[in-house]
Design a protein around this ligand. Structure first.
Ligand SMILES: [Zn+2]
Length: 211
């Protein structure tokens, strides 16, 4: 079976399994548990349009999970079917940011490409954050001035309460020589942000606003 699950979908399923395990820990009523199982299965399967039978068999197995250890084993197996983030060369990165002289490479070795919906990395020297995301298989690069806040706030990309910073972008205005500044609070730790993502909706909105 080929990989068919995106990082955000994997995270969504992980959270649904947690709901199921919590249910089995706290509820004894068989009917309630059966309804919970159906709901968790339905939500997980509905993530995929045009699902193949072998994929469905794999997903249906999550309904039998009762305990934390089973969840761990299942998620390890499911991870094999996660689509990894497409690696990129320094040359392709340079094309995305032609004006940046000394472009820092993202820390590709340090992160698991299967846990990545977008790559975000900091250049502490210039106080910039770079973001690389694919839309319709095309790479899109964003860069912004990043000011860590060291405080918790809601991240504009994952929508979770995390330690955030202000990501400030500048766009050329309609009139010549004018600029529009746009600021968004986003997770300081982009790897954590990727693990929080359970949908691509906010990420897509964020990219549309900033590009
Ligand atoms: Zn985030």
């Amino acid at each position: 079976m080929e990989p068919f699950i995106r990082n955000d979908q994997y995270n969504f399923i992980r959270d649904q399994i947690q709901v199921l395990v919590n249910g089995h820990t706290s509820v004894n009523d068989r009917e309630v548990l059966s309804a919970l199982k159906s709901l968790v299965l339905e939500k997980s399967i509905n993530l995929f349009s045009d699902i193949k039978s072998e994929q469905l068999i794999m997903l249906n197995r999550l309904g039998d999970i009762h305990r934390k250890e089973q969840a761990g084993e299942y998620l390890t197996q499911l991870k094999q079917f996660v689509i990894p983030f497409k690696e990129i060369s320094l040359n392709s990165l340079k094309k995305l940011w032609p004006k940046v002289k000394k472009l820092k490479m993202p820390p590709l070795d340090d992160l698991c490409l299967k846990e990545t919906s977008y790559l975000g990395w900091d250049d502490a020297g210039s106080q910039k954050k770079y973001i690389l995301v694919y839309q319709d298989s095309k790479p899109i690069g964003l860069q912004g001035h990043f000011t860590p806040s060291h405080k918790k706030g809601i991240c504009a990309i994952c929508n979770k309460l995390e330690v955030v910073g202000m990501f400030l972008t500048e766009k050329k205005g309609v009139a010549e020589g004018t600029f529009t500044k746009r600021g968004n609070y986003i997770c300081h730790d982009s790897a954590k942000c990727n693990q929080n993502l359970t949908s691509l909706k906010k990420l897509t909105e964020f990219v549309t606003l900033c590009k």
